[in-house]
Structure formats: C-alpha cells, structure tokens
Ligand binder design. Structure first.
Ligand code: DAK
Length: 266
C-alpha cells in the first residue's frame, strides 16, 4: 500500500490518494501548516472523495491527516484579508457542500489537532476513530468569527446545548477521551492503532452489501434532518426498496443455507 499524490487518474497538490482493495484512502497533506484547509485543498478533497464515491470498485473511504494534525481548520492566512463581499461571493461553500453529498461511508482517522473546519470536516464523516493524541475544538471565537461549516449545528446535535456552548464560546480543546464521553467519536485507540483501526472498520463495511450500506448511511443521516415520524417513514421506505435487490435475496438465502453471501451490488 503506497501513498502517492496521484490517485484516481489525477494528481493532487494537497492530498495523498490511494485505493487499498475496496477502501479508498485520502490523506490530507499540507503538513507545514497542520493541514490548514485552503480552498484548493477542499476542492481537491471534494474531487477525490467524489471520484471514489462514483467508482464501483470502492465501497468505503478513510480520511486522515498525519500524527500532528488531522487539520487545524480553514486556512487563516487565506481568509484574513477577505471582506463580506468576498466570503459571500466566492463558491467555497459549494466545495464543502459536495463533501456532505458523498453517498458511501467515510471513516475519519484523527490524530493530533482537529480544529475549526478540521473538526467540522471530521463531524461530516460517518465514523470517527480518534488516536489518544486527538484534540478537538471550535476555536473560531478566538479569531473573531464563529464556526461556519456546521460546527454549531452538528456539535450541538451530538453533544447537546451545554457542551456545544462551552466548546463554541470558549474555543477550548477537547481531548480524545473527553470527546468520547461527549459521544463525538466512534472509539479512541492508541495513536499507532488509529489508521489501522479505521482501515479495519472500513474493510468490514466494504464487505457488506453496497446498496444496503448506502441506504443505511442515508437513513441514519436523515435522523438529523426530520422529526421522528418522518424519519421512521423514510427508513421504512428504504427498507422496502431493498427487497427489490438481488443482494437481499442472496443475503437471506445464504443465511438459510448457512453459507457466506456473495454480494453483487444490485
Ligand atoms: N491556518 C493557517 N495556518 C495555520 C493554521 C490555520 N488554521 N493552523 C496552523 N497554521 C500554521 C501556523 O501559522 C504555523 O505556520 P508557520 O508559522 O510555521 O509558518 C504552522 O501551521 C504550525 O502552527 P503553530 O506554530 O501555531 O503550532 P503550535 O503547535 O504552536 O500550535 C495550534 C498549534 C493548532 C494550536 C495553532 O496552530 C492554532 O491555534 N491554529 C489555528 C487554529 C484555528 O483557529 N482554527 C480555526 C480556523 S477558522 C466555511 C468553511 C470552513 C470554515 C468556515 C466557513 N464555509 C464553507 C462557509 C472554517 C473556519 C476555520 O476553521
């Protein structure tokens, strides 16, 4: 498994992209500035994850940084001189929104700083494996702004008003174990186990029937969008629709015949 800047047929300036069997791996690669998320990096990331999302050979993705930082937030140097017209007029939001539309699961493997837009990026992933060194936070208040890529919303929905208020109003860093107690991460592991554990989870997910995986992701995310009744209805419709797939027949038949299922993704 060798990382290169050339994945999915194109090269990236700020990413290392590779496929390990059915798992697409994207590593943020701007180490000198703790993987600060400049505009070009976010556009590359949306392109790389989007390409994996469209690739039928890829079933799950892992997004990671390096030992020192997952990402220390949006690039402050790039934002500092901008005025209201520039921030509202450019299409940075468009690249971020492409990230939220990825259909296949993305597992974040987080070590070190995971701050501001970096934390928002991790919270936009579907599972988060944290190394013990991980430090999460929304420090935007300290530089005169507030979270702008979902921090006030996603953090509040997961951790609740009082934890979110503290994080957003003080900018305090939340260590991995505390983040786990807040329900912000899937699991905390020793740092050297962070990427291997994320890959293990991704391979497990990649071994499941792909259409059911995508529908399961969509159904869980729907819980953040709708009242309970509408969410239950959404879930039920997706459940019924899976009975139109060959994989439902195969999965249930394989169970009855006491053998391993062979998924077709249809
Ligand atoms: N941007 C640019 N450069 C950064 C950076 C960042 N966010 N974080 C670190 N760096 C750079 C530092 O400037 C330094 O560069 P040199 O001086 O070596 O050239 C290098 O990385 C190493 O950092 P430090 O020397 O500061 O390292 P320390 O270990 O002393 O401190 C730190 C680590 C993470 C505590 C510190 O670097 C820090 O506080 N960084 C800033 C964290 C932060 O405030 N992040 C939030 C940024 S605002 C939106 C989308 C996204 C966003 C908003 C809207 N829309 C789509 C609407 C997101 C906003 C944000 O994330």
């Amino acid at each position: 498994m060798t990382a290169t800047g050339d994945g999915q047929g194109r090269s990236y300036q700020y990413l290392l992209v590779e496929a390990d069997g059915p798992v697409g791996i994207v590593r943020l690669n701007r180490p000198k500035v703790l993987n600060a998320l400049c505009r070009a990096l976010i556009e590359e990331l949306a392109d790389a994850l989007g390409a994996f999302d469209r690739d039928p050979a890829i079933r799950c993705m892992v997004l990671t940084g390096n030992e020192r930082a997952f990402a220390a937030g949006a690039d402050i140097a790039e934002m500092a001189g901008k005025g209201l017209a520039e921030v509202t007029g450019d299409d940075l939001l468009g690249a971020w929104q492409r990230l939220w539309r990825i259909r296949k699961p993305v597992v974040a493997a987080v070590q070190g700083y995971c701050l501001g837009g970096g934390f928002e990026l991790a919270m936009g992933c579907d599972l988060i494996v944290a190394g013990e060194s991980a430090q999460f936070g929304q420090p935007e208040i300290k530089i005169g702004v507030i979270p702008g890529a979902g921090g006030t919303q996603r953090l509040t929905r997961v951790a609740g008003k009082y934890k979110a208020m503290e994080a957003v109003l003080t900018g305090r860093m939340i260590p991995a174990r505390e983040a786990e107690a807040w329900g912000l991460v899937t699991k905390v592991v020793p740092d050297e186990q962070c990427l291997p554990e994320a890959l293990r989870l991704a391979r497990t997910i990649a071994g499941m029937p792909p259409l059911a995986v995508q529908m399961a992701k969509a159904a869980v995310l729907q819980a953040y969008e709708t009242p309970l009744g509408a969410g239950l209805e959404f879930e039920r419709r997706l459940f019924y629709s899976l009975f139109a797939t060959e994989d439902q027949k195969e999965g249930m038949q394989a169970f009855l015949e006491k053998r391993s299922p062979q998924w077709k993704g249809r």
